[in-house]
Design a protein around this ligand. Structure first.
Ligand SMILES: Cc1cc2nc3c(=O)[nH]c(=O)nc-3n(C[C@H](O)[C@H](O)[C@H](O)COP(=O)(O)O)c2cc1C
Length: 357
């Protein structure tokens, strides 16, 4: 049963492919470019956040075409990735266009982290350690935000990673949340400790782990600024950037080197290029990325993203209707065309100007 579904997955995916040992069949990066060069040249660097189920290869390709400088993979559990080939096939895809790509891992085991990083090293530009996930399962496994409570372990993990992958051009970053207890000095202290291990940059989601239960917790840009002022490595701010103006505002307010967006990009993968919502042509481009794919899972992915992109265009009831559709190309496209009769029109001149500019 498992064999069949894996075989189908591999056969039907036009993008990545993983051979029997688990290495992708796309060409390895011949020489790693140093992503820190991007930070030296541009401010703010615009970054697509790691998003489980969402920041997969096609989405990374799409956002990069519209102003995104660096894109993260969804979080992958390092132990499962290292030990289970099927997991590897299901979780990680890449292709030739997928450059400036960071693979994010979740783990608290230094060896598993280094092992998993070694597998993706030839096909990516860096690895990131998730130190922010507050979900129950992450708390049970003591990964994600639990690492914030163990700065020494974190330092050890990064040191072991450096030992295994000494290439200075291969980035080693972390993504954190703010201190659960609300003591912002502790967050700054953690960042300084991690900086001492030679981390490439630190991305900070400016909320505490309890934001998962305490909804509407505002993003604490003040503490992000405090972190930025306290370390020399680049700092990336994350939280509530929903358009390009937000990115520039947050960068000006905090002085950070980069802005990372998650929900804003889901709703509008073109936000870094200055669009206020996803142009129809880009939705068509997104659908075309799945052309020829007969895999129901692939069309489910296509559909999930369209559900987000369509939000500014159709009513809640219509979104509900769209959500329940069978995930086949024809069904999806027919529905959209019925609700949005100009779906097939080209870019407006204004949109063209933004893309070319
Ligand atoms: C669908 C979804 C999946 C996410 N998955 C991850 C993940 O795999 N790793 C991670 O560090 N954060 C993950 N996050 C958190 C985001 O990366 C980001 O920190 C958070 O959404 C705040 O950014 P935003 O205000 O731009 O959405 C996820 C968020 C969303 C909405």
């Amino acid at each position: 049963m498992v064999k069949t579904s894996t075989a189908n997955l591999v056969k039907n995916r036009q993008y990545f492919s993983v051979n029997i040992k688990g290495a992708p069949t796309v060409a390895p990066v011949s020489e790693h470019i140093d992503l820190l060069d991007i930070f030296a040249e541009k401010k703010p660097v615009l970054i697509c956040a790691p998003m489980v189920e969402y920041s997969r290869v096609r989405f990374r390709n799409l956002v990069r075409r519209y102003g995104c400088d660096i894109a993260y993979s969804p979080m992958i559990i390092a132990e499962d990735f290292r030990d289970n080939r099927i997991q590897r096939i299901a979780e990680w895809e890449t292709n030739e266009e997928d450059r400036n790509m960071i693979v994010q891992f979740g783990t608290r085991d230094p060896v598993a982290y280094a092992d998993a990083a070694e597998i993706v090293y030839p096909y990516s530009n860096g690895v990131d350690l998730n130190c922010g996930c507050p979900q129950k399962w992450a708390l049970r496994r003591k990964v994600g935000c639990c690492l914030l409570k163990s700065p020494e372990l974190l330092q050890d993990m990064i040191r072991q990673l450096h030992n295994r992958l000494p290439d200075p051009k291969y980035s080693k970053s972390i993504k954190i949340r703010l201190d659960a207890g609300g003591d912002m000095r502790r967050t700054v202290d953690l960042c300084q400790k991690v900086e001492a291990t030679g981390i490439s940059w630190i991305a900070v989601h400016g909320r505490k782990p309890d934001a998962i239960v305490l909804k509407d917790q505002p993003v604490d840009y003040e503490t992000i600024k405090l972190i930025k002022d306290s370390v020399r490595v680049p700092v990336v701010a994350n939280g509530d950037a929903f358009n390009l103006a937000d990115c520039h505002r947050i960068a000006a307010e905090t002085g950070v080197d980069g802005i990372m967006a998650a929900r804003g990009l889901l709703r509008n993968p073109t936000m870094f290029a200055g669009f206020d919502k996803t142009p129809f042509s880009v939705m068509r481009e997104w659908i075309a990325m799945f052309e020829g794919d007969t895999d129901y899972l692939a069309w489910t992915e296509c559909h999930h993203h369209l559900l987000r992109m369509l939000q500014p265009y159709i009513s809640k009831e219509e979104l509900g209707e769209f959500s329940g559709l069978l995930k086949h190309k024809e069904t999806i496209v027919d529905f959209i065309k019925t609700k949005l009769p100009d779906f097939d029109t080209e870019f407006t001149q204004e949109e063209k100007g933004l893309v070319e500019g």
